[in-house]
Design a protein. Structure first.
Length: 115
């Protein structure tokens, strides 16, 4: 290793021989703080949602009924909506792929008939 490479490998030092602190731009991380604030807002909103919906409601089924907190009903509806949305998108994707495959086969058969 020559003299220039050894100078580059050393940490930056000030005139008094102390290590330099990072530049203020490098120390301040706005993305980190914005993500942290956003996380705190979502956690606070979640806590407020639970507290505001802690009262009991009666759900009647065909032969029975149950009493549950509103928050459990909200979460159940959210999960059911999410799962049904994912399943419906998969059905649509499968049907779209099957239709494209059938069109490709028909196109291939049409080209083979022309030859």
């Amino acid at each position: 290793m020559n003299e220039n490479e050894s100078e580059k490998a050393q940490a930056p030092v000030g005139e008094s021989g102390e290590l330099k602190s990072p530049e203020p731009d490098e120390a301040w991380q706005p993305q980190l703080w914005s993500k942290l604030i956003l996380l705190l807002v979502f956690v606070g909103y979640g806590i407020a949602l639970v507290v505001a919906n802690s009262s009991k409601v009666k759900i009647s089924f065909l032969f029975t009924s149950i009493n549950v907190s509103k928050i459990w009903l909200i979460l159940l509806c959210f999960v059911l909506g999410l799962v049904s949305g994912v399943l419906l998108s998969q059905v649509h994707r499968h049907r779209k792929a099957k239709r494209a495959e059938l069109e490709w086969q028909a196109e291939q058969a049409g080209q083979a008939g022309k030859l």
